[in-house]
Design a protein around this ligand. Structure first.
Ligand code: HEC
Ligand code: HEC
Ligand code: HEC
Ligand code: HEC
Length: 410
């Protein structure tokens, strides 16, 4: 079920401490959201959760196999289904911010802008998030009205007639309330904590199904899917004492055909513009005698090879970035150009136009030395070189033999 669609699993707890049934109720490509059935005396709530996004605003789009998730789709999902989801709670379990770099900070800004639009009830700042300086983070949290929860802290909200304690302090469950812990503890460790009906971790563990805790009166532990490739929805039914009566869980893999929220898209477009402004062309002089020559120079002596290369997708790799408006994003450019980040390699379309795309010298190595002395051997090309860009994430279908056949030139 890694493809698009929905998978749902339900569990039911009897009055006794031990759970009796583990029902796989639904496992289907598309399912309408079942309206919440708050049976007599109890309350039910949908907990939509994210975490461990690690700055992933949306999937890169490198492969149709790996395109699910993204904040624009999450926003649309929630706003289009408000009624069906209600009462619902939206939380982030932490480890979702980007690192403390110039581009990372722009991401955090975009992320919190998007969270504001999506309408979170609690956003935990844990683990890697804590490397961001408070002086940077606090004004953004305030400006975006982000309901932030820090290590040791928590907040209480009311939903569906329930008082809910959402906390990042594992030792402070509150009696008489539904207690939700946001943590970065590994699942096995978190499962030992007492007093929490729901524990959501951003440890990054991929756990297809929730971990049930029959000993904790039906408590449940879930782990946010890394990088937001799927969003979790935990539906719980709680009795008057705050104990769980039943739990069902499903993942939403919002695929390419899922609708987008235009406001969040606006935030991401503004982010792209700010990232582009990080390029300082005027500080880069175009190198005319650097180690890289560019494919045009190679073509002068290797015409047939160059023609074969032009017919591969490598030659159009930069144009593809331009097509999707990402040609000035260093995080994309590094794999879609020649020698990015290396001496004399690609910097920007303006300063180094001849090195756009995945050219000869990506594989064979910089060519200036070769042109001075043809007898110098070029760098041998092996699979590990391809895998620097054809990673599992960006090229899930990469297989050296089949891919090599497609770029072979002789
Ligand atoms: C001025 C002509 C000329 C230019 C320009 C040139 N080459 Fe060559 N290249 C040659 C010749 C001649 C040979 C054959 C040398 C031999 O067989 O000893 C060769 C051989 C090669 C080989 C196979 C030999 C080996 O050691 O692997 C590769 C790969 C290669 N060139 C890549 C490139 C690339 C990449 C560029 C552009 C950066 C380039 N060449 C630019 C003339 C050129
Ligand atoms: C680690 C290297 C890497 C990074 C980083 C990377 N790409 Fe890619 N990209 C690839 C590879 C490899 C492919 C080809 C995948 C395949 O077909 O197996 C690709 C393909 C693509 C395609 C063509 C998809 C198609 O089906 O036509 C687009 C568009 C694209 N990437 C956009 C981006 C954007 C936008 C970013 C930055 C957010 C990005 N890439 C970052 C390696 C990368
Ligand atoms: C994606 C990597 C890649 C790109 C891009 C690429 N090549 Fe190659 N090239 C190879 C591989 C792999 C071989 C097979 C020989 C080897 O294993 O080194 C090869 C072989 C060659 C050879 C023949 C070497 C020989 O021993 O006969 C030449 C010449 C050559 N390439 C030139 C070019 C030129 C010129 C370009 C750009 C127009 C280019 N290549 C682009 C990977 C690449
Ligand atoms: C500098 C990063 C980089 C390296 C190294 C690299 N590639 Fe690629 N490759 C890309 C990108 C980016 C694309 C997608 C271009 C696009 O469509 O925008 C791609 C696309 C391809 C495709 C087209 C996929 C398809 O389904 O049509 C093949 C085949 C391929 N690469 C083979 C190889 C092989 C084999 C090697 C190693 C010899 C290699 N690549 C090394 C970045 C790289």
């Amino acid at each position: 079920m890694l493809s698009s669609g929905v998978s749902a699993i339900s569990y039911e707890y009897p009055e006794t401490v031990l759970f009796r049934n583990l029902l796989i109720v639904l496992l289907m490509a598309f399912a309408a959201i079942a309206p919440i059935d708050a049976s007599a005396g109890g309350s039910a709530v949908n907990i939509i959760y994210t975490g461990a996004l690690h700055g992933e605003l949306e999937p890169c789009g490198c492969s149709p196999k790996n395109q699910s998730g993204g904040l624009t789709r999450l926003a649309a999902f929630v706003s289009l289904r408000k009624t069906a989801l209600s009462p619902y709670l939206l939380v982030d379990a932490g480890n979702s911010m980007a690192g403390d770099t110039p581009q990372g900070r722009l991401k955090v800004e975009a992320m919190l802008g998007a969270y504001n639009i999506i309408g979170y009830d609690a956003v935990a700042f844990l683990g890697s998030d804590t490397s961001l300086p408070k002086a940077f983070l606090t004004p953004l949290i305030d400006a975006n009205k982000v309901p932030a929860v820090f290590e040791g802290g928590g907040r209480v909200v009311e939903r569906g007639g329930l008082k809910i304690n959402i906390s990042a302090n594992g030792s402070a469950p509150r009696p008489g309330m539904l207690n939700i812990l946001l943590t970065e503890m590994p699942v096995a460790e978190a499962a030992l904590l007492e007093g929490w009906q729901v524990i959501i971790t951003s440890s990054g563990e991929v756990m297809a199904e929730p971990r049930l805790r029959p000993e904790a009166k039906g408590g449940v532990v879930v782990s946010a899917w890394p990088k937001g490739e799927r969003f979790g929805i935990l539906t719980i039914d709680v009795d008057k004492a705050g104990d769980l009566k039943s739990v069902s869980h499903r993942w939403e893999a919002l695929a390419m055909d899922a609708p987008e929220d235009a406001r969040v898209r606006g935030v991401l477009l503004a982010y792209d513009e700010k990232v582009a402004a990080l390029l300082k062309d005027e500080e880069r002089k175009a190198a005319s005698d650097g180690p890289y020559l560019g494919a045009e120079a190679c073509a002068a002596c290797h015409q047939p090879f160059a023609e074969q290369w032009r017919a591969t997708r490598h030659s159009g790799a930069f144009k593809d970035l331009e097509r999707v408006g990402k040609s000035k994003d260093p995080e994309c450019v590094k794999c879609h150009t020649t020698g990015y980040g290396l001496e004399g390699g690609f910097y920007s379309k303006t300063t180094t136009p001849g090195l756009a795309g995945v050219q000869c010298e990506v594989c064979h190595g910089p060519g200036r030395g070769h042109v001075m002395d043809f007898s110098l051997p070029m760098r041998p090309v092996d699979e590990s070189l391809c895998r620097a860009c054809h990673t599992r994430e960006n090229s899930p279908e990469f297989d050296f033999k089949t891919y090599f056949e497609k770029i072979r030139h002789e």
